[in-house]
Design a binder for this molecule. Structure first.
Ligand SMILES: Nc1ncnc2c1ncn2[C@@H]1O[C@H](COP(=O)(O)OP(=O)(O)OP(=O)(O)O)[C@@H](O)[C@H]1O
Ligand SMILES: [Mg+2]
Length: 345
C-alpha cells in the first residue's frame, strides 16, 4: 500500500527547518532568529524606526541596507509578521537572490501579486519583500519603478541590500532608507550569552572574545562560529575557536607588530613566513593585521602611518599582487615608518 511505504512523520519538526535536518543540530542562526522587531539587537535608530512602523502600520516603501549578518532580513520578516499576522501567507511575496528576479518576474509575478485582491484590515498593505536586492539587474529595477507607484495604495515594497548604491536612484527616491551597521562587540557578546545559556555551552571567556574578534560585527558569523566550535570541541576556548575559524591567530599577528615596533625586522619576517607556510592567504593576513593595528596601543602618529601602509598593501593585494614579497615589503615599510618616527623624536 502506498501509505504504508511512507516514512514515519518526524517526531518534532521545528518551524522553517527542512525535514532532512531533523535529528541534527538546528542551525542556531535560525533557532535564535528574532521574531519581533523589538528583539533585533543593535542599530537602535533603525530598529526603533521599524518598531514605530510595526506599531502604527502604514509601512512606507523601505530599503534596508548594511553589512551581512546585521539583521536586515530578520527585521523585514519580523515587521511583515507583526503587520500582517495570520494574513502573512497570502499578503507577502518574498523573493531573494535564489529566485529568478529578471525583468519578466517583475512584469509578471510581482505585478500579478500587486493586482491580487486580498482582504486586509484597514490600513494594512500587501508586502513585496525583495531580499538581496542589490543583485537585481538594473533592467528589473527599472521595471519596478512604475509598479511601485501604480499599486502603492495596496502594495508596499521592502528591499534589503548590502550596498545601497547598487539600487538605482529612482527606486531609492521612492523608498525610506534604513541603514544598518556592524554590531558592536558588546551587542554580540550579549546575544552570545543568551545562546550560551540556552544551549548550555561550556566556554572560557577568551573563547567568546575570540568569536567576537573573528565575527567582526557580523552576528550570523558569531553564532555560526559558536555552534561550530561547540559541536566540534564541546568547549569554546580561544584555541578551539581559531582552529574552527581558521583565521591567522591574532596573538601571532600581534607579536609580528610588536617585533616591528621593537626594531626586530627579521623576527617579524619569520613570523610572517610561518603564517604564509600555514597556508593563510595574504588577504587573511592583511585583514587580521589591520584589525590588530587598529586596536594596538601605540602612538597615534605611528598608528595612522601604519594603517596608511596597510591600506596601500591591501589595495595591491586586491589588484592581484598577493605574494609573500608584497607582505614582507609591507613589514619593511612599517619598520621604515617606525625608524623615521624615532629619528624625529
Ligand atoms: N541584529 C541582530 N539581532 C539578533 N540576531 C541577529 C541580528 N543580526 C543577525 N542576527 C542573527 O543572524 C542571522 C542572520 O541575520 P539576517 O538574515 O537578518 O542577516 P542580514 O542582515 O539579512 O544579512 P545578509 O546581508 O547577509 O542577507 C539571523 O538568523 C539571526 O540569528
Ligand atoms: Mg539577508
Amino acid at each position: 500500500m502506498a501509505s504504508s511505504s511512507k516514512p514515519p512523520p518526524p517526531l518534532h519538526s521545528p518551524p522553517r527547518i527542512p525535514s532532512n535536518l531533523v535529528g541534527y543540530d538546528i542551525p542556531w542562526v535560525e533557532k535564535f532568529r528574532p521574531t519581533k522587531v523589538a528583539d533585533v539587537v543593535g542599530n537602535t535608530d533603525a530598529v526603533s524606526r521599524l518598531q514605530i512602523i510595526a506599531r502604527d502600520g502604514n509601512m512606507p516603501n523601505l530599503i534596508l541596507s548594511g553589512p551581512p549578518g546585521t539583521g536586515k532580513t530578520t527585521s523585514i520578516l519580523a515587521l511583515a509578521h507583526q503587520l500582517l499576522g495570520a494574513n502573512c501567507k497570502e499578503a507577502v511575496l518574498e523573493l531573494n537572490a535564489s529566485d529568478d528576479r529578471g525583468i519578466d518576474v517583475v512584469r509578471n509575478k510581482i505585478k500579478m501579486f500587486a493586482q491580487k485582491k486580498v482582504t486586509l484590515p484597514a490600513g494594512n498593505h500587501k508586502i513585496v519583500i525583495l531580499d538581496e536586492a542589490d543583485s537585481m539587474t538594473s533592467g528589473a529595477q527599472q521595471a519596478l519603478r512604475r509598479t511601485m507607484e501604480i499599486y502603492s495604495n495596496t502594495t508596499r515594497f521592502a528591499l534589503a541590500c548590502n550596498i545601497s548604491s547598487k539600487i538605482i536612484e529612482p527606486i531609492q527616491s521612492r523608498c525610506a532608507l534604513v541603514r544598518f551597521s556592524r554590531l558592536s562587540d558588546q551587542e554580540i557578546l550579549h546575544r552570545l550569552m543568551i545562546v550560551v545559556d540556552a544551549e548550555k555551552v561550556a566556554y572560557a571567556p577568551d573563547g567568546l572574545e575570540a568569536i567576537i574578534f573573528t565575527a567582526d560585527g557580523d552576528m550570523r558569523q558569531a553564532l555560526n562560529n559558536l555552534q561550530a566550535t561547540h559541536s566540534g570541541f564541546h568547549f569554546v576556548s580561544q584555541e578551539n575557536v581559531f582552529k574552527v575559524c581558521d583565521q591567522p591567530h591574532p596573538l601571532h599577528v600581534k607579536t609580528m607588530v610588536q617585533n616591528v615596533l621593537e626594531g626586530k625586522f627579521d623576527d617579524a619576517c619569520s613570523g610572517l613566513k610561518q603564517l604564509y607556510d600555514l597556508g593563510y592567504s595574504p588577504t587573511d593576513v592583511i585583514t587580521t593585521l589591520y584589525r590588530i593595528i587598529k586596536n594596538y596601543s601605540m602612538e597615534e602618529y605611528l598608528k595612522l602611518e601604519f594603517l596608511k601602509e596597510v591600506g596601500f598593501a591591501h589595495m595591491r593585494i586586491c589588484e592581484g599582487v598577493g605574494s609573500l614579497l608584497q607582505l614582507s615589503g609591507l613589514l619593511a615599510k612599517l619598520s621604515l615608518v617606525r625608524e623615521t618616527a624615532k629619528a624625529m623624536m
